[in-house]
Ligand binder design. Structure first.
Ligand code: SF4
Ligand code: SF4
Length: 389
């Protein structure tokens, strides 16, 4: 296993992190026997970072139960505070205590604010007393390091990074998401401030495996060294020395074995020019399928009607590339919290001249609204969010 040191916390992270959201299942429930085998095998092969969250079904509890069998001190546990559940400071304390109990531990190595979708959300959390909570729990030794995960545009991401003395940031990142949300600029920015970088969605929830366009599959397939699409995706990330951990949810033994091999073998900055060209060719195929060539820079913001323009464009593009219903759902989830969907656009034109890509934003946002603002799907998403949280 390769390890990446983080100066700020003096920790050595296994480059492969275990994403505890998809443990093996049997009859619709977590298969504890199989999960235990997996986790122990991963630990014995050097994996030392386990990422879970309050909202990942029974996964915190399952992880706690497995690690309590003599493995707690061999790993770092990262778990996350869910934002939608929080109405007052006591809610934070209550959730945190439940998490400690579920995980059967006295301390959390990396405690992350889960899924910040705007800077305002962070401001709201501060009003609830999150800073006092962190300070108190760090003094008690129950939180060791602090971080956040984010699904927001680059401008918001940088503001969040600058607003607190974070230890780590978790971002969505993979070879087609260099300009998506925080993207490469956000990654470099957070790294330059000393934060550790934890990568989620390294294969875009499996889309870079299952939904890879045929032309892209062919490029990988024709290369002289035979590798799976997953390996191509992981190697691109492992090559970046600024990344500390790449999370992968591994629900089969084959996936675990393949990942252990990749993250043990690949050295940082070792991709050949030929391999870099392969990624470029594949990315060009994705690019040719984009509806709007938005880089996610956020220069067009703020919008007086609160439209999150880059987020709208990114899910619109996802829909065009992957044709998946997931793009609609993610669009709703992302725009619901801050009431920032494309349908809010009043065509005021404030954004137009700010775009360095000269995107006709007003026309394009109208198209996004037509394709993505589907009333019935929005209602279903609202109900699902209510049930989950
Ligand atoms: S044209 Fe639409 S998206 Fe652009 S600033 Fe005005 S309301 Fe916002
Ligand atoms: S629409 Fe233009 S300015 Fe706005 S995020 Fe995209 S590229 Fe940047």
């Amino acid at each position: 296993m390769r390890y990446r040191h983080l100066e700020k916390t003096n920790d050595d992270f296994s480059l492969l992190g275990y994403g505890c959201m998809r443990f093996p299942k049997k009859n619709g429930r977590i298969d504890m026997e199989e999960s235990e085998k997996h986790i122990i095998h991963a630990i014995e092969n050097g994996v030392n970072y386990f990422d879970t969250a309050y909202t990942y079904g029974g996964h915190e509890k399952a992880l706690g139960s497995i690690l309590s069998k003599g493995y707690r001190d061999k790993v770092k546990i990262a778990t996350k505070l869910p934002i939608p559940n929080l109405k007052k400071r006591e809610d934070i304390d209550k959730i945190f205590n439940i998490q400690l109990e579920r995980l059967q531990t006295d301390y959390i190595d990396y405690y992350l604010i889960h899924g910040l979708s705007s800077f305002q959300q962070w401001e709201d959390l501060k009003s609830l007393g999150i800073l006092e909570f962190i300070k108190e729990e760090q003094e008690k030794g129950r939180i060791i390091n602090i971080g956040f995960s984010a699904h927001t545009n680059l401008v918001n991401f940088k503001k969040i990074v600058d607003d607190y003395n974070w230890d780590v940031a978790m971002i969505q990142y993979n070879y087609i998401d260099e300009n998506y949300q925080a993207g490469t600029d956000g990654l470099n920015y957070a790294h330059s401030k000393g934060l550790g970088i934890i990568v989620m969605e390294p294969l875009r929830g499996g889309m870079l495996v299952d939904k890879l366009p045929k032309e892209a599959q062919k490029i990988f397939k024709d290369y002289k060294i035979k590798r799976s699409s997953a390996e191509w995706g992981f190697r691109w990330l492992a090559d970046n020395p600024k990344i500390n951990v790449v999370l992968s949810g591994m629900s089969t033994t084959e996936q675990l074995e393949e990942n252990l091999k990749i993250f043990s073998n690949h050295q940082a900055s070792s991709l050949s020019d030929e391999e870099k060209q392969i990624y470029k060719d594949v990315k060009d195929i994705f690019k040719s399928k984009l509806k709007v060539d938005c880089t996610g820079c956020g220069y067009c913001l703020p919008c007086p009607s609160n439209v999150d323009i880059p987020t709208c464009f990114s899910y619109y593009n996802d829909k065009a590339i992957f044709g998946s219903l997931m793009a609609n759902i993610m669009y709703f989830v992302s725009t619901l919290e801050n009431n920032s969907p494309a349908k809010n656009c009043t065509a005021c034109g404030v954004c137009v001249n700010k775009c360095p890509q000269n995107i006709p934003i007003v026309d394009e946002i109208k198209k996004v609204s037509k394709k993505m603002d589907i009333w019935i799907l929005r209602q279903i998403t609202k109900i699902v969010i209510k049930i989950i949280f």
